[in-house]
Design a protein around this ligand. Structure first.
Ligand SMILES: *Cc1c(COP(=O)(O)O)cnc(C)c1O
Length: 385
């Protein structure tokens, strides 16, 4: 028999759960895209997007996914022959480096495995070459669930001229980000993760320093200078704006504002700690292990683990319990790995239910595991709530 009927829980690290409020805000016919209402909404949206990133200025927006955000940065800042450093802690870092290198950019890949970036190595590499144009890093690598310390990376770059480019696709609205205060030059985020919306919108914020270093862009559609001079709604989006997504984003950002950004970050940190405590207990005397050993480098929005029989467990949970977990993307043994997302619209009861259903699934499948995981998780919730 199956016990899956009822509300479904989707704990995959993107697209993340879309709140009912956001769904309702999007459920409407398109107004006139040349009328005043939508233009005003657009201005409000761009203002709130600056706020959520801690940026000095609104972003440049594109209809696209996260990969399109990488492309936008590439089109505006890099050219064949440029040299950049990629700090890589997981599969997303590798994919980004590959997309950049495929366009003739020399990419120095500094891989740290599922650990925080090696800042000593970064400082060495930068010291040896003043011509390095940029340092690229994922704040959270969604595959390994490593979270990088962005201010520490900025500090390690010292007086070097390189731009700091941060992929915050899996972290904006989940982990702290103060773009301007931290000296981040370029930030990338998309609509479907911490921003709790469907995929389809991607945003790039840039510092004045990054704008000053922008290259002639090969295409006016990607060109930050052109977009920043937008004086009509369609110019902000390079064509028809994603009308329903805009309504959804404004609603989602209002939810973040009502909760308070600090509270949103604290909620994610507490939920991450809750999952970490459960896996720590399950791992006692078994082969289950958190991918990121150092608690200080674990992501706020997603937890990756090694778990023998993970694919089997994921299938059981979807079939029997109404729970969908993330695949073991980028793991050494993907069939024995999975990811639990705690990204965006996620709370204690959803997460405790997720962990309890996993306990049931592992019991049903006789997956060896340590005792006390649910107690450990509940204790974190009790202490932090
Ligand atoms: C999801 C994600 C991407 C890719 O986004 P797409 O929308 O799938 O193109 C890139 N970087 C990080 C860190 C991500 O989490």
């Amino acid at each position: 028999m199956s016990l899956s009927h009822g509300p479904q829980i989707i704990a995959i690290p993107g697209p993340s759960p879309v709140p009912d409020r956001v769904m309702r805000a999007m459920h409407r016919v398109s107004p006139d895209i040349y009328g005043g209402e939508l233009s005003e909404l657009n201005m409000r949206l761009f203002d709130r997007l600056a706020w959520v990133a801690g940026a000095d200025a609104p972003p440049v927006a594109y209809i696209g996914n996260g990969h399109a955000g990488w492309e936008a940065v590439h089109a505006n800042l890099l050219a064949p022959g440029d040299k950049v450093v990629a700090l890589i802690s997981g599969a997303f870092g590798w994919m980004w480096a590959e997309q950049t290198a495929a366009q003739g950019v020399e990419v120095v890949r500094l891989s740290s495995g599922p650990k925080a970036p090696d800042l000593g190595r970064l400082a060495e590499v930068l010291a040896a070459d003043p011509g390095i144009r940029a340092v690229m890093v994922c704040q959270i690598d969604t595959a390994s669930s490593v979270q990088a310390d962005i201010p520490a990376i900025r500090a390690a770059m010292a007086e070097h001229e390189a731009l700091l480019i941060v992929d915050a696709i899996a972290s904006l609205g989940c982990a702290p980000m103060r773009m301007a205060d931290w000296g981040v030059d370029v930030l990338i985020a998309a609509s479907q993760k911490g921003l709790m919306c469907p995929p389809g919108g991607v945003f790039t914020w840039m510092s004045d320093r990054a704008m000053a270093k922008a290259r002639p862009c090969p295409s006016p559609w990607w060109d930050w200078r052109v977009r920043r001079q937008a004086d009509a709604l369609w110019r902000f989006w390079g064509g028809t704006p994603p009308v329903q997504l805009m309504f959804g984003l404004v609603e989602a950002l209002a939810m973040l504002e009502a909760e308070g950004l600090e509270a949103v970050w604290a909620r994610h940190a507490a939920l991450a700690e809750t999952v970490g405590a459960a896996f720590q207990a399950w791992g006692e005397g078994s082969d289950i292990a958190l991918t990121v050993a150092d608690p200080g480098a674990r992501a706020a929005s997603v937890t990756a683990v090694h778990l023998p029989g993970a694919d089997w467990l994921r299938a059981w949970l979807a079939d029997k319990a109404g729970l969908t977990l993330g695949i073991g993307l980028g793991a050494a043994h993907p069939a024995n790995a999975l990811r639990v997302a705690h990204m965006g619209h996620c709370n204690a009861v959803g997460l405790l239910g997720t962990l309890a259903a996993m306990e049931a699934g592992m019991a049903a499948l006789a997956i060896p595991r340590g005792p006390g995981a649910l107690d450990a998780a509940a204790r974190v919730v009790a202490a932090r709530a």
